[in-house]
Design a protein around this ligand. Structure first.
Ligand SMILES: NC(=O)c1ccc[n+]([C@@H]2O[C@H](COP(=O)([O-])OP(=O)(O)OC[C@H]3O[C@@H](n4cnc5c(N)ncnc54)[C@H](O)[C@@H]3O)[C@@H](O)[C@H]2O)c1
Length: 453
């Protein structure tokens, strides 16, 4: 029986391993983490992350061939294949601060593997890493003569649709060395995915192409969002409608219709960090024009969020001091409780700086929001009830595209608010004409505003 270990029980490690265990009853899968609370949560009915469909998958496999543990040494000893799925955040200190990937967690796992392994193993980079990290990994692992094969197998799941993405991936990418043992390791890992993924969807490449493809994929996706957001700014000046433009250009199959929703800006733990990582890589190789090209994707995103806050200030007569503003949504997107790099964090902080009183409403992300905004408790109330959040507010800002915000009784909400009442739809989620007829002054993204003055 093959033993798989995954180091790192986060948004990637947990769901990925749960699906592998469910689809491969002949493989034992253990997931470890240094965070004991997280492991306790994975072993309970209250999983540490919200992901649609995940509880049922975990329930089917946990205790059968899926185990969550903090016993890292023992798990390393018994594993044949070790996935490393720890966090690789942006470095905050020293050379490359604010840009380069912080590889300290990743390197620690390499040293742990070396310390406890008692024979050759396949080590799989699941985390997103700078190109050529596998060399460093291999040098550490093979330092005292043991033979480890290091593969790159980046994860492409999206939070909110992780289970579906894992069940039916567009592709599984495996990068390995073009040597006999390298090719054997690639096929060993491919044999895991072949339990449910068709062979033609499993792409085998060299390690560097695999590492770079993950950064490139995120850069392309984020670039698409920044492109439509850039167009939304032009729309607001010209009375063009960004949704109509997006529909018209999206019909061109070379462009494609997905990822063309203008918004307050992209968030999530990956896009910004991975692009900055790419930018840093380009700078390191002296590719300054290429670095600047990708950097602009992040800068445009920051500009889009800033534009949104500036508009709230302008429309509310240049002051929000002492005014209650309701933020509908705090997660970086719908169907997750994850708030990492959410545009809502920036919006909230800017409004707090302007001395607004905030009421924040989100079906899944309130605990994370409280952590993100720690220290500002006196200016913020949190509520799962949007009616309560909006009561007495001067404005509502829609920051996450939760479908439940679409079906609220906005007449009732309007009546409970201060007048004039404003609604800033950072996701173009609602029926703006209807809201206007109810009395709201409505400010969408990239569409003409609807105002009673
Ligand atoms: N979140 C996503 O949607 C997503 C998608 C694709 C790829 N990725 C990449 O996958 C990686 C993991 O992302 P995530 O969102 O799961 O991060 P996460 O922060 O949710 O999880 C990482 C986990 O690793 C644990 N950890 C850190 N050092 C450890 C150690 N030495 N031993 C054991 N456990 C350790 C942490 O405690 C944490 O629980 C990142 O490189 C990320 O870029 C993330």
């Amino acid at each position: 029986m093959t033993h798989i270990l995954c180091i790192g029980a986060g948004y990637v490690g947990g769901p990925t391993m749960a699906v592998i265990a469910e689809k491969c009853p002949d493989i034992t899968v253990t997931v470890v983490d240094i965070n004991q609370d997280k492991i306790a949560a994975w072993n309970s009915d209250n999983l540490p992350i919200f992901e649609p469909g995940l509880p049922a998958v975990v329930e089917r496999a946990r205790g059968r061939n899926l185990f969550f543990s903090t016993d890292i040494p023992n798990a390393i000893r018994t594993a044949d294949i070790i996935f490393v799925s720890v966090n690789t955040p942006t470095k905050t200190f020293g050379a490359g601060a604010g840009m380069a990937a912080d590889l300290q967690y990743f390197e620690k796992t390499a040293r742990q593997i070396l310390q406890y392994a008692n024979g050759p193993k396949i080590v799989v980079e699941k985390s997103t890493l700078p190109v050529r990290t596998a060399v460093a990994m291999e040098r550490i692992l093979n330092a005292n003569g043991q033979q480890f094969e290091v593969l790159s197998n980046p994860e492409f799941l999206a939070e909110g649709t992780a289970i579906q993405d894992l069940y039916q991936p567009d592709r599984v990418l495996i990068g390995g060395k073009d040597t006999e043992s390298g090719r054997a390791a690639v096929e060993k890992l491919a044999s895991v995915y072949l339990h449910w993924v068709p062979n033609e969807r499993i792409i085998r490449t060299n390690v560097w192409s695999s590492e770079l493809s993950k950064l490139a994929a995120n850069a392309f996706l984020a670039q698409k969002i920044s492109s439509i957001n850039a167009i939304s700014a032009i729309c607001e000046k010209t009375e063009a409608n960004v949704s109509e433009v997006a529909h018209a250009i999206g019909q061109d199959r070379r462009i494609g219709s997905r990822f063309l929703n203008a918004s307050v800006g992209f968030g999530g733990s990956c896009f910004k960090k991975d692009i900055l990582n790419l930018v840093y890589l380009c700078q390191t190789y002296g590719l300054h024009e290429v670095a600047e090209y990708w950097h602009q994707v992040v800068k445009l995103n920051e500009y889009q969020t800033k534009r949104f806050v500036d508009n709230i200030l302008t429309q509310l007569f240049q002051t929000v001091s002492g005014k209650k503003i309701a933020l509908f949504g705090f997660a970086f997107k719908a169907n997750t409780g994850d708030t990492r790099e959410s545009a809502a964090i920036y919006v909230a902080r800017q409004l707090i700086e302007e001395r607004a009183e905030l009421s924040i409403c989100d079906p899944q992300a309130l605990l994370n929001a409280q952590k993100d905004l720690a220290g500002y408790e006196h200016q913020i109330e949190y509520s799962k009830d949007p009616y309560r959040a909006a009561q007495g507010a001067h404005a509502i800002a829609i920051l996450t595209e939760w479908p439940e915000f679409q079906t609220l009784d906005y007449k009732k909400i309007y009546e409970s608010m201060e007048k004039p009442a404003f609604l800033f739809d950072g996701r173009n989620l609602l029926d703006h004409r209807l809201l206007f007829e109810l009395g709201f002054n409505v400010f969408p993204i990239g569409r003409p505003s609807l105002r009673h003055y």
